[in-house]
Design a protein around this ligand. Structure first.
Ligand code: SF4
Length: 357
């Protein structure tokens, strides 16, 4: 399995909390030409494996005129000889959703829309400098459904200064009421993160509990889905499947140990597509396998590791974490229990060599 990710680093305005490289500008055509040029240059990167998923992320891909999105999607199809993708996602913002655009995204071949809502509280949306209200987000959701999308995802944010448990519960309830197939939920980081770790942990547990009761299964630290509606494209990242990333700031991975990236600067990308690459060492490959698989509730099947990797696992730490209830060791699988996923970064970091006693 392989995927193609296309990055559109353009936004209509910057949200207050966002650290992504995204620029408020509209010179899209040269950027799209550069994307198509990069695709032609790098089509061998996937080594003949045809992509099964396509993901347009950003930034805000929904800002782009649909005819430009179509040019890119058609170029990916033609380059790899793929007629339809198993999953083709476009990230959108509610303020860009109109019946005409939704119909155009369907016509482009998108099968899935991921909509950044972040909150269903208008005061928080204003503070975040989002360009929509909660009612507009719900209306955009209805518009996407009316256009025929049967695979919709919503993004929410928790753990920020001023978010009370009551407001958070109301946002979760509003998201559930829309009945999307998928919900992603991220903890605020940086200067607007709530200083109180305990309230963040409580909000994370509220989310887990309420989504479980509503029928959503958690399959990764930040991701929940109705049965069978997990994101295939993102699941492939955690399984270390190969993907080709196109566009300014995009990353690519060959499925083994080569990681490449493009410069995040739009002008440099359009002019000369500079970037870099890194070949992972044996130790880095092992650390990646642990780090990515333990993000998922499925965990890591130790039988997929090489003999050398098994020897290098820190068994003492594994046993300590298991005794402390931070890790579950079942047959050949290690995984982090759902109630400890909130501190998964800390747990995984304990397995890395610099923490070895
Ligand atoms: S629209 Fe998305 S990518 Fe753009 S600034 Fe807001 S959060 Fe960041």
């Amino acid at each position: 399995m392989a995927g193609v990710y296309v990055h559109f680093p353009f936004c209509a305005a910057k949200c207050i909390y966002c650290d992504f490289y995204a620029r408020v500008r509209r010179d899209w055509t040269p950027y799209v030409e550069a994307l198509i040029g990069e695709l032609a240059e790098r089509k061998e990167f996937l080594q003949g494996v045809p992509p099964t998923t396509l993901y347009f992320g950003g930034g805000t891909p929904s800002l782009l005129p649909p005819e430009l999105l179509k040019r890119v999607a058609d170029a990916v199809r033609t380059t790899f000889g793929v007629e339809e993708f198993e999953e083709f996602t476009i990230e959108v913002n509610p303020d860009d959703v109109t019946p005409e655009r939704a119909a155009a995204w369907r016509a482009v071949g998108a099968t899935r829309i991921s909509m950044g809502v972040q909150s269903f509280d208008d005061a928080h949306l204003r503070w975040m400098r989002r360009r929509h209200t909660a009612a507009q987000a719900a209306a955009a959701f209805a518009t996407l459904r009316a256009a025929g999308f049967d695979n919709l995802s919503l993004d929410l944010i928790f753990g920020f200064t001023g978010l009370t448990d009551e407001t958070w519960a109301a946002s979760i309830a509003a998201a559930i009421a829309l009945r999307p197939e998928h919900i992603s939920c991220y903890q605020m980081t940086g200067r607007y993160a709530a200083p109180d770790e305990e309230s963040c942990r409580r909000q994370y547990r509220m989310l887990q509990d309420r989504l479980r009761i509503a029928g959503y299964g958690q399959y990764e630290i930040s991701n929940y889905a109705l049965p069978g509606r997990e994101s295939r494209h993102n699941s492939a990242y955690w399984a270390r499947e190969p993907y080709l990333g196109l566009g300014a700031g995009a990353h690519s991975f060959d499925g083994d140990r080569l990681r490449q990236w493009n410069t995040p600067d739009i002008d440099t990308y359009v002019a000369s597509r500079q970037g870099g690459e890194e070949w992972l060492s044996d130790q880095e490959v092992l650390e990646e396998k642990l780090m990515l698989a333990l993000r998922t509730v499925r965990g890591l099947d130790l039988s997929t590791l090489t003999d050398d990797e098994l020897c290098r696992l820190n068994k003492t730490t594994l046993e300590e974490l298991s005794r402390a209830g931070k890790l579950i060791l079942e047959k050949a699988v290690i995984r982090i229990p759902e109630e400890e996923l909130f501190v998964s970064d800390w747990i995984v970091s304990r397995l890395f060599p610099e923490y070895r006693a």
